[in-house]
Design a protein around this ligand. Structure first.
Ligand code: IPM
Ligand code: MG
Length: 367
């Protein structure tokens, strides 16, 4: 049963970290006969250079046909001044929207070996394991009206709109409740229902769905600003955090730093099951394209490698291989192999490629 995987490196450090993920996937193909068939294409600034648009129609077509998409990162100063709809980020938002990837799973867990890489006190973050469920295709990222408008007298106004419907809230909340059941069975839903109608609706719909179908899951609510504070004060109180597109973007960056480095965190973006019975999905590290270190063999590829692991788990049901890959990463960290972002002062870091090599040898040892 071969799997077609659309492979989109993107910009900045994207190509380097994705090359490492490719080698890990090839290792599984060779040693486990998994039959992953990689289809190469581009997104973001790289696609703009190639096709004149950050997401070409033919690329989107492939994305809708394959079994899964894996992506590096998009964006960079080179494309900062082109029109908004041609910016690299617009390509990423479009592929999320057109694939219908409404549920973005962003796990944040602390590896014991990296406790000291966190700027937080060890006793606050040790054993941390939270899952942020970020709604990904609605809210202020896509709401209309939007734009920058002349209002006369040399004045302009910028508008974005936060919109959520019952259906959008319920389908995201459903994923959060289902995830919680497989974890510690707790969901904390975050919005700003103290100032936003969309937040009031969010809270009401989550409460309703909970009462109808998920009464066994422990549900709590928090204002998003309080959640940002509690993530620093006592992050281990959380199991699954359910939140909207914008708050989820911010809270997941914050949560990443609890773990030591944003270079460690993978993500899965899931949609509905399509007409062929496949659940649309895209996997990507949560970090950006880091143009300042691009092309220098400095980036940490672990977030991307772990994203491939999430693809094994969530798209293909290859639980053993996903576990094995996570264990290999854990063993590499236990052995003290560090890229520069997670190296302690005085520790000699390895590069992107060497980190990839280390994960592959750790896999070989496990098999
Ligand atoms: C993320 C990123 C994106 C977002 C950008 C690159 C458009 O920050 O995936 O978290 O805001 O969603
Ligand atoms: Mg972000």
């Amino acid at each position: 049963m071969s799997k077609n995987i659309l492979f989109l490196p993107g910009d900045g450090i994207g190509p380097e970290i994705m090359e490492t993920a490719r080698r890990v996937m090839e290792w599984f193909n060779d040693k486990r006969s998994l039959g992953m068939n990689i289809i190469d294409d581009q997104i973001g600034g790289a696609a703009y250079e190639k096709y004149g648009t950050p997401l070409a129609a033919e690329t989107l077509k492939k994305a809708l046909e394959v079994d899964a998409v894996i992506m590096g990162a998009v964006g960079g100063p080179k494309w900062a001044n082109i029109s908004y709809d041609k910016r690299p980020e617009a390509g990423l938002l479009e592929i999320r929207k057109k694939m219908g990837l409404f549920a973005n799973l962003r796990p944040a867990m602390v590896f014991d070996a990296l406790i000291d890489a966190s700027t937080m006190k060890p006793e606050v973050v040790r054993g941390l394991d939270i899952m942020i469920l970020r709604e990904l295709t609605g809210g202020v990222y896509f709401g209309e009206p939007r734009g920058i408008f002349d209002i006369g007298g040399g004045e302009r106004k910028g508008i974005n709109t936060q919109v959520y419907t019952t259906a959008e809230i319920r389908r995201a909340a459903r994923v959060a409740f289902e995830l919680a059941r497989q974890r510690s069975n707790r969901v904390c839903s975050c919005e700003k229902s103290n100032v936003m109608e969309s937040g009031i609706l969010w809270r009401e719909e989550v409460i309703k769905l909970h009462a109808e179908e998920y009464g066994d899951v422990e549900l709590s609510h928090m204002y998003a600003d309080a959640c940002a504070m509690q993530l620093l004060r006592n992050p281990r109180q959380f199991d699954v955090i359910l939140t909207d597109n914008l708050f989820g973007d911010i809270l997941s960056d914050e949560a990443s730093m609890l773990t030591g480095s944003i270079g460690m965190l993978p993500s899965a973006s899931l949609g509905d099951v399509d007409e062929k019975g496949r659940r649309r999905a895209m996997y990507e590290p949560i970090h950006g394209s880091a143009p300042d270190i691009a092309g220098r063999d400095l980036a940490n590829p672990i977030a991307t490698i772990l994203s491939a692991g999430m693809m094994f788990r969530y798209s293909f049901g290859w639980v053993n291989e996903a576990d094995m890959l996570e264990l290999a990463v854990r063993n590499v960290l236990d052995a003290g192999v560090r890229t520069i972002d997670i190296a302690a002062p005085g520790e000699k870091p390895v590069g992107t490629k060497a980190m990839g090599d280390a994960v592959i040898s750790a896999l070989a040892k496990l098999s």
